[in-house]
Design a protein around this ligand. Structure first.
Ligand code: DX5
Ligand code: ZN
Length: 226
C-alpha cells in the first residue's frame, strides 16, 4: 500500500489540530495514534476522548496502535471514536484470535503487533485475520528512540513469510526510529507503512512530510514497475 503514518505522539498537543491539518494538507493519508496504558508500556498517552475529538476535523485513516493490556476491552469504544484500523500486541492479548475477530466484526481493519523480541511464528495462525503486521523497531513506550538494527532482517523475513503463505497483500508497518537515515533501510527490507513520529513533528513539519512521502512513493513506483 505504501503510506506514511505520522505518529501523533510527537506532535505539540497545545496546537494539535493545527499540526494535524498541516500534515493532512501536505499529503498524509494516515495518522498513527499511540494509545498507552502505563501497564503494558511504561508510559501513558491518551485515549478515546482525544481520538473522538480529532476525528471531527481529520479525514486521515486512523491507525490506532494499542499499547494496552487486553485491548479487546476497547474495541467497541474505538469504533465509536472513529478508528479505522486497530493494531494489538501479541504480548498483550490472552486471546489474540478472539480480539482480532472482534476488531473485524466491529467493521474496522485489524493488525497484529510484535515487540522486538517476539518471534515471527507467533502470527502463524492469525495471518488470515489481519490486514497488517506491525513490527516494533524499538521497545514500545516512547517516541524518539533509536532504530534497532537487528530488526531489518526481521522485516525481510516477515515479507518472505507473508508472501510464501499466500498473503502478499498484508502490509508491513514499522514503528520506531524511522527517520531520514533509516527510511531506505526499512523500505528496502519490505516495509510499506512507515510510522514516523519525531522525524515528522520535529523541525519543519511540512518539509518532513514532503521528503518522507517522496521516498515512500518512489519506492512504491519502483516495486510496482517490477
Ligand atoms: C513507540 C510508539 C511509536 C512512537 C514512534 O512506542 O509506538 O509510534 O511514537 O516514534 P519515533 O518515530 O520518534 O521513533
Ligand atoms: Zn506506535
Amino acid at each position: 500500500m505504501y503510506e506514511l503514518s505520522p505518529s501523533m505522539l510527537s506532535a505539540d498537543f497545545n496546537i494539535l489540530g493545527e499540526q494535524l491539518k498541516l500534515i493532512e494538507d501536505n499529503g498524509c493519508k494516515w495518522l498513527h495514534i499511540d494509545v498507552m496504558d502505563g501497564a503494558f508500556v511504561p508510559n501513558i498517552s491518551f485515549g478515546m476522548p482525544v481520538i473522538k475529538s480529532i476525528r471531527k476535523q481529520c479525514n486521515m485513516f486512523f491507525d490506532v496502535h494499542m499499547m494496552v493490556e487486553e485491548p479487546g476491552r476497547f474495541v467497541d469504544d474505538l469504533k465509536k471514536c472513529g478508528a479505522d484500523m486497530v493494531t494489538v500486541h501479541v504480548e498483550a492479548c490472552k486471546h489474540l484470535h478472539r480480539t482480532l475477530q472482534a476488531i473485524r466484526e466491529a467493521g474496522m481493519q485489524a493488525g497484529v503487533v510484535l515487540n522486538p523480541a517476539t518471534p515471527l511464528d507467533t502470527i502463524d495462525h492469525v495471518m488470515d485475520m489481519v490486514d497488517m503486521v506491525l513490527l516494533m523497531t524499538v521497545n514500545p513506550g516512547y517516541g524518539g528512540q533509536k532504530y534497532i538494527p537487528g530488526m531489518t532482517d526481521k522485516i525481510r523475513a516477515l515479507r518472505k513469510k507473508l508472501d510464501d503463505a499466500g498473503y502478499p497483500d498484508v502490509s508491513i508497518e514499522v514503528d520506531g526510529g524511522v527517520n531520514a537515515k533509516t527510511i531506505d533501510t526499512v523500505l528496502d527490507a519490505g516495509a510499506d507503512i512507515l510510522v514516523m513520529g519525531s522525524a515528522t513533528f520535529g523541525g519543519d513539519i511540512a518539509q518532513n512530510v514532503k521528503d518522507s512521502l517522496a521516498k515512500i512513493k518512489a519506492k512504491e513506483a519502483e516495486v510496482r514497475g517490477c
